[in-house]
Design a protein around this ligand. Structure first.
Ligand code: ZN
Length: 111
């Protein structure tokens, strides 16, 4: 399958042919340009990486939940300390994921 990019808004369309109208901005078919193999493959890889980031983010959300339960349970100081560390780590990685994804989107290059 080929990839087509809207020359007006940058939207990337997957298909053997360009769409009749841009799904994002409504520009006509003529505004679309076919992307070369290399660019198309970079987009695929970028989408894959983004999906990994999102999967990891979701897992870390679970880590936060579990850690909060442990902190609340307050069995003994070493346990609480461990849960606090796990929570802080999850929050830190989540912030970094957010920054990374934001960077990908602002480049608006690889869809
Ligand atoms: Zn468009």
């Amino acid at each position: 399958m080929s990839k087509w990019q809207c020359g007006v808004c940058g939207y990337i369309f997957d298909g053997d042919e360009a769409p009749e109208k841009c799904p994002k901005c409504g520009a006509p078919k003529e505004e679309f340009a076919k992307l070369d193999e290399e660019t198309a493959s970079k987009i695929e890889r970028s989408r894959f990486t983004n999906s990994l980031h999102i999967e990891l983010f979701t897992l870390l959300e679970k880590v936060k939940e579990i850690s909060e339960k442990g902190i609340k349970d307050e069995l003994d100081p070493p346990c609480v300390k461990l849960f606090e560390a796990a929570k802080a780590y999850a929050v830190d990685i989540q912030q970094r994921i957010k920054a990374e994804l934001k960077g990908h989107m602002s480049k608006n290059k690889w869809g």
